[in-house]
Design a protein around this ligand. Sequence first.
Ligand code: R2B
Length: 288
Amino acid sequence: MTERKGYAGHGLVHVKNPHLDSMDEDILYHLNLGTKTHNLPMMFGDIKFACVGGSPNRMKAFAQLMHKELGLEGDAKEMKDICAGPVTDRYSMYKAGPVLSISHGMGIPSISIMLHELIKLLHHAKCSDVTIIRIGTSGGIGIKPGTVVITDTAVDSFFKARFEQVILDKVVVRSTELDKDLAEELLNCSKEIHNFPALIGHTMCTYDFYEGQGRLDGAVCSFSNEKKLEYLKRAYNSGVRNIEMESTVFAAMCGLCGLKAPPLGSRKCSFHLPKEVNGALYITPCLQ
Ligand code: R2B
């Protein structure tokens, strides 16, 4: 995988909230971190990659893999969960050199809370040139199980590249475009790895795992198998190659906070992505 270069000084992580400036202290409630209780620049200032995924155990295993791949000192097994604390244990976070690995739970509300606090964390820590990637499980459509789908665009259940955020009592529509150059780079990396089937496609994000994704085995189901297949075929024909539950808000929030790619040069970075055995693992690249 490659990382971008050439925009030192312009690659800071932005927050889009004027109220933060007037706050004496920013408490990142669900991460067990804060601007008064922790030296965030010292702890996180060197972060270049933030990798997020649903399960705490998987993100710990990913951090341990990064530790090994990067040849870091110390025992990877001793890695501590940075978010472990007396107040909350909602998310887990591990740091392997410049790579932060964080769990986000399931669904848009859960990843959204984590992203608010992660983006503020990267901002307070004065991180620059950070690439954010979601590495998650998903259900593939019309592709071989185990295929890695690299998301170019996150779409909603109507196959539209948009995320509808309810703010107070208004619906605000936000864009869900992702970094196409980074997607291409990741695809090229996958070609260097033996037996690593990968493709670029759209990822559909739903609010529900059962009816929302056309499953017939939930506690409630209001459609026939024929209707399900007709819907999934339409999804496939619109470019969707996998379904999950977080990508639209991920794309929208990272895009809003300047975590988006300018057209820049690139250089090699040495880590490989892990591969899930069941179902399609997918990555949603977004670059500052
Ligand atoms: C993929 O897997 C989870 C549901 O099993 C959900 O978080 C998702 O997007």
